[in-house]
Structures are given as C-alpha cells and as structure tokens.
Design a protein around this ligand. Structure first.
Ligand code: DAT
Ligand code: MG
Length: 150
C-alpha cells in the first residue's frame, strides 16, 4: 500500500551535517520526497507534535531540544512508507537500534536520536497536517517510478 509519512531531521542531525546522509538513505530506498521545509519549530508546534508525551519526565527536555535550532521537515511517499521508515530509523534508544539503521549507525543517546518518523498512518496524517499546507506538498511523477513500482 502506498503511504505517506512525516520525517523530521532533528537539530542534532542538522548540526552534525547528517541531512545528506539521511536523505540519501531515504532516496536510495526508493521513497519519493513530496515535501521538505527547513525551519525552526515554534514551541507551540513542538508541544502539539509531541502531545502524546506531555506529562512525561523527558517532555520539557524534548521540547527544548527540538526547538533549539533548525530542523528539516519532510514528507516521504512509498510502499508501506510509515513502517518502512520506522525500520530504517531503528529503535528509539540508539543503543538498542540495529546496525544498518539510522540511529544504530549514527547516534549515541535517546535524547539525541537524529530523526523522527510517524508511528502510524493516522499519526502521519496528523503530523503532516501540523507542518504542511496542501500547496507545500507536491504530487509529481518520477521517471524511475516504473523501475520501483510494477
Ligand atoms: P520515537 O521517536 O522512536 O517514536 P517516542 O515517540 O517514544 O520515540 O519518543 C519521542 C522522542 O522523545 C524520542 O525520539 C526521544 C524522546 N524520548 C523518548 N523516550 C525518552 C526517554 N526515556 N528519555 C529521554 N528522551 C526520550
Ligand atoms: Mg514517536
């Protein structure tokens, strides 16, 4: 099933110069970028994005971290895109994330795990709506698509 998922490269990924590496992995997989925006997340939007974690011990630190510098917000489309990106990201704690995953290969700690990806199709829809207007999302044909999708 072709799905869309929301992916956010967090301030540590930007500061460490890992945007190209991570975008390259998603492109290499054959996922198609349909939206990208480089921005500083306002506190109110960060709190809305992470509303499910409100009240947890790490919430204030998480909001401080995610709003501490520019991030790259993206929407990627492809076969089972939600689960596919979660698999490519690896477990939340980079120490538990398998080699070959973004967090397993590139990160040290849970609080600096470089990337966010939606955890369900429903979350993806909500998160995409929080970050993008319709006109910021591109429907486009890619010439290699027949070599990725039969
Ligand atoms: P994920 O980002 O893998 O979906 P999550 O939704 O449970 O994980 O948590 C969101 C982010 O919050 C996570 O990427 C890093 C931070 N976080 C989660 N659990 C944490 C903890 N126990 N200590 C510190 N930060 C945590
Ligand atoms: Mg999550």
């Amino acid at each position: 099933m072709i799905e869309r998922t929301f992916v956010l490269l967090k301030p540590d990924a930007v500061q460490r110069g890992l945007m190209g590496e991570i975008v390259g992995r998603l492109e290499g997989k054959g996922l198609k970028p349909v939206a990208m925006k480089f921005m500083r997340i306002p506190k109110e939007l960060a709190e809305r994005h992470y509303a499910e974690h409100k009240g947890k011990s790490f919430f204030s630190g998480l909001i401080e971290y995610i709003t501490s510098g520019p991030v790259l917000c993206m929407v990627w489309e492809g076969e089972n895109a939600v689960a596919s990106v979660r698999t490519m990201m690896g477990k939340t704690n980079p120490q538990d994330a398998a080699p070959g995953t973004i967090r397993g290969d590139l990160c040290q700690q849970t609080g600096r795990n470089a990337v966010h990806g939606s955890d369900s199709v429903e979350s993806a829809r909500r998160e995409i709506g929080n970050f993008f207007n319709d006109y910021e999302i591109q429907e486009w044909k890619r010439s290699v698509d027949p070599w990725l999708f039969e």
